[in-house]
Structure formats: structure tokens, C-alpha cells
Ligand binder design. Sequence first.
Ligand SMILES: [Cu+2]
Length: 128
Amino acid sequence: MVRIALVCLALAACSKKSDDKPKAPPPAPVTAGQVGSDGLRHVPIEANKDGYTPDKIAGKPGEKLVLVFTRTADSECISQIKVGSAAPVDLPLGKPTDVAVTVPATGELGFACGMDMFHGVVVAQPGA
Ligand SMILES: [Cu+2]
């Protein structure tokens, strides 16, 4: 009887512990960036061997943004960036490169490395 109670306690403790484990929240879109002299919000994005940081950028529908990509890894993979259906743009190592985008009216505008392996999105967010 006592033993059963102990097992129950142990199980309860176990399941409680797993419940307490912080669930990784879905990464929130980033609304960071600074308004430049052109009046547009410039959003710095680092491109390294693991992809893009941040990889989710929120903007108001129709807002014009300048994504400022800086490649920090000597990797062929991320040496080009493709935004939406536009032609690929070269990203020289360590040199911030401006890519102008317009936040879509709804949904997302995707960007990817030249080989389509790493991805990020510009997300339309009315309250952004
Ligand atoms: Cu790639």
C-alpha cells in the first residue's frame, strides 16, 4: 500500500517536472530596426553558417523596409540572398548590404540563400 503511494508520488513528481519544462515559444517576429535618413526602417540581419538572425521580421502591411544583410561567415551557401521572386543579390563578407522590400498586404514574403537552403520571412502584421 505504502509502496503504491510512493510510486504514485514519484510519477506525479515526474509528470509535474515535465510540465514545468519551459516549452520553446514560437519565435516572435522581430520588429526591430532604426529609421534611417531615407525615412525607412532599416532592419539588420546577420547571415551566418546557421542561417539568418533574425529570420522573422514583422512590418505593417505595405510598409517599405530596408533589410540590411551582413554576412559574417565565409560560406558559399549564404553568399547570395534571394528575396521573393527578385534576382539573387550578392552578400560580400562583412559588408552590410541593403535590400529594399515591401511588406506584403497579408501573409509573408520569403527570403532565402542562393541555394534555397536557409530561409527567413517578412511577415505582415497590422499592429507592427
Ligand atoms: Cu545555401
